[in-house]
Design a protein. Structure first.
Length: 288
């Protein structure tokens, strides 16, 4: 069993991007919109700011109270769309209930949608056209590339059908770069255990702690754990610990490769956002 080290891969990719940015006349600029004071969102945006600094990007965070109206937030998005100094921006999810996340996503200029959530980018990705690919699926693809994991003709099972991870992941793995036979499963899938156990590559993206157990994993399979759930623990100083969707201790001995939680997919999500921002600054996808 080999551990897939997302921290190591992310660090290598950030070093490579930093070398490229160092010789650019104009540094890429990434802006994040943060609404409210959600702790997880604050932490995630902080990680993005740190990554921007490490690579050499300009960055800014626009903070708004959770009382901001939908119209006011859409107006702020419009300003960023029109600002030639901003290469890409994200609106950190989740948003307050009175704001439609879909309206917000669709309001973002696809050319600046470095999260890869806009229907234009999703559609282009599905068609195999150049697009900003959502960060977590692209991060997983980078891990497969870095570790040179054989994928052609392999059966890949993705558990979880979210628009952010599951659906794009299945599409990317079935595309010509990876040439997997992809099966997309979810909570209503019959014989889920048996389908998972047939997978050469298993991507767990349910958001349910330790859902995948050893009897759901084929010997020698590659297991990618996307889930991250905070649970109480009397064994840690802060009183909680992070668990993935995979029961790591019992599944890991059966695998050829497996990602840990934390330190697996998480760091790759950040670095993929940075990659999209660099592409936006260079005009690689849509031109300038």
């Amino acid at each position: 069993m080999e551990l897939i080290d997302g921290k190591e891969v992310a660090a290598a990719l950030k070093r490579k991007m930093a070398e490229e940015v160092a010789v650019m006349e104009r540094k890429p600029t990434l802006v994040a919109i943060l609404v409210g004071h959600d702790g997880a969102s604050e932490t995630y945006v902080g990680h993005k700011e740190k990554a921007c600094k490490e690579i050499g990007f300009n960055s800014a965070v626009l903070r708004f109270e959770d009382t901001i109206t939908e119209d006011a937030l859409l107006a702020e998005i419009g300003k960023l769309n029109d600002d030639p100094q901003v290469d890409g921006f994200i609106v950190q999810m989740p948003l307050p209930r009175h704001i439609s996340e879909q309206k917000v996503i669709e309001a973002i200029d696809p050319r600046k949608d470095v999260d890869g959530f806009h229907p234009v980018n999703v559609g282009r990705m599905i068609l195999g056209l150049p697009a900003y690919v959502s960060a977590t699926p692209e991060g997983i693809c980078e891990l497969l590339r870095y570790y040179r994991i054989p994928t052609a003709g392999k059966h890949c099972v993705v558990v979880g059908r979210s628009n952010i991870v599951g659906r794009p992941m299945a599409n990317l793995l079935s595309d010509k770069e990876f040439n997997c036979t992809a099966t997309l499963c979810h909570s209503r899938t019959e014989n889920l255990k048996e389908i998972c156990a047939s997978a050469d590559i298993l991507v767990a993206a349910l958001g349910k702690a330790e859902f995948v157990t050893a009897d759901m994993v084929k010997p020698g399979a590659v297991v990618i754990d996307v889930g991250i759930t905070r649970v109480p623990s009397d064994k840690t100083r802060n009183g909680w610990k992070l668990l993935g969707d995979v029961k790591f201790d019992e599944v890991a001995p059966k695998c050829s490769y497996i990602t840990p939680v934390p330190g697996g997919v998480g760091p790759m999500t950040i670095v993929s956002l940075m990659k999209n921002t660099l592409l936006a600054a260079k005009g690689t996808i849509y031109g300038k």
